[in-house]
Design a binder for this molecule. Sequence first.
Ligand SMILES: Cc1ncc(COP(=O)(O)O)c(C=O)c1O
Length: 482
Amino acid sequence: MDSLVNKIAALEKVSKELNPSLKERESINQDVQEFINNFLENLANYPAYVNENPNIEKLSIQENKKNLKELLADFNSEVVLKGIKPASGKHLGYVPGGGIYVAAIGDFLASVTNEYAGMYYASPGAVTIENELLNWMKNIFGFPKKAVGNLTSGGSIANLIALTAARDKYQIKNEKTQKSVIYLSPQAHHCIHKALRIIGLEDVNVTLLELDAISKIDTGKLATIIKEDKEKGLNPFLVIASAGTTDTGAIDPLEEIGSIAKKFNLWYHIDAAYGGFFILSENRKHLFKGIEMADSLVVDPHKGLFLPYGIGAVLIKDKEAVFHSHHYTADYMQDAVSDTMQVNPSDVSPELTKHFRGLRMWLPLQIHGVKPFIASIEEKLLLTEYFRNKLIEIGFELGPKPDLTVSYFWYPSKEVDENEFNKKLMEIIHNDGDVFLSSTKIKGKFVIRMAILSIRTKTATIDTAIEMIQKCLKQTKDAFSI
Ligand SMILES: Cc1ncc(COP(=O)(O)O)c(C=O)c1O
């Protein structure tokens, strides 16, 4: 017995390192705080994109321990100073969000307390916070109280959960799969196609709908297509709209699509991962009319609420459809079952044990209130207009006036192929990297894409972007000897 106790004591001497003392924690916190302050104070001066690979040796796991200060230096040189900088206001590519500071504190608190947010029984407070956030979103999007929802890791998993519910509600399986039809825009996010493969719907018929001149689903023919498919003996069951496409930010005609879905008894899914929270802007509210008709809706707080990466949300009206795949009781969890409890996150998601990610959304909403979020959203809409006006002044041509904050532009070139010219310009912009922009193709045309959705993007940032674009434009002309 004595030898057992001695062995445990010997191990404890080593393992106690994993649970630092108050003094040690204070020292860790101080080093990290110093790093964070330095990072945030200098963020505006960092380039938004550095096309360099990290030194793998510095990042690989070694047996021996390292000192925190040294690690922070490696983290800075190999992670923070390389690649795209999502925290930077100069990140105007893909869908930036910035990352609200207080949300990071929420993550820190969630990790230190390590609340178990998968089940109400385990942490009634954590699950109540997550369910209250979902109730807040149900209210914003006109969903009924009895709808269920989940805070996911992002939009992809949120879409996956919604599409699984649609599949289960309509029992799309076995021989029914190949006869079933889904209708969506060619501009729908690729995570939807990925989700279909993951949930066993790879063989369904996917009908890509025609778009109008501003990249929204043209509903003119939708009803006829569905009717004809039914007459052919097919099984239309799902129509998907986007409220803010990734490529151009277009919001499909939500109400019209909703009415058609209702008429033909289809599941209506809306992916509002990027655009959803623009509903909070009084100026844009009207574009979201009909969003409340959806059977399922995806919206990403790590986009439109400027939270750090790692939080999406899904709302679904039909609880039974979601529970079909996700609700499970195991013998070892029998203590956790009670009818009076709130909905468990684990009943609405593939996750059981999960990060208490609700705290990163709850804390900023409580500390700052909703007003600054709405102001930021309005500010991004106006900055988009400002950027577009400035681009016209320096000779660029623009895509149509966007519904939201994603837009595209190109430089008109008569001397060389326009696509080649703009590709070269994009390459030079990426090599410069001070401001990060991305590109896309619109009807085969190569265009430069801007997405303004970071809390740190301000008028001065746009001015910097314009200066940089002018400089890169000159270099592009030089490269083509124009
Ligand atoms: C419209 C839309 N849907 C879904 C996604 C996927 O979301 P996530 O990257 O959070 O998984 C995105 C990402 O940009 C998006 O813009």
